[in-house]
Write a new protein. Structure first.
Length: 103
């Protein structure tokens, strides 16, 4: 059973404050990073910030077919998904690991 008296609360508070500082720094760093996802062999590229915000989209003219907008839409979705996956991986690598509090 967990015994709250066995924990040093001031040490726990200091760890929590340090973790909060690290998280804020990591979030600020992620906001400055940009990843690019692509689809269709680079015909569509999406730029996403490290925080997951879509900030740019490049569509090569040769992929634009007024008779087939569905394929273009699929390529845009795929490029955005690719960029978001990269942003999530970047965030996972950037965020500090939670300490083991022994709870």
């Amino acid at each position: 059973m967990f015994d709250p008296g066995s924990m040093d609360l001031s040490s726990l508070l200091a760890q929590a404050q340090e973790l909060q500082t690290q998280l804020e720094q990591a979030q600020a760093e992620l906001g400055t990073k940009v990843v690019t996802g692509s689809a269709g062999g680079g015909l569509v590229e999406a730029q996403v910030s490290g925080t997951g915000e879509l900030i740019g989209l490049v569509i090569k003219p040769e992929v634009v077919d007024p008779e087939d907008t569905e394929t273009l839409a699929d390529l845009v979705v795929a490029a955005v998904r690719d960029a978001n996956a990269q942003a999530m991986a970047l965030a996972a690598a950037t965020m500090p690991q939670l300490p083991d509090l022994g709870v």
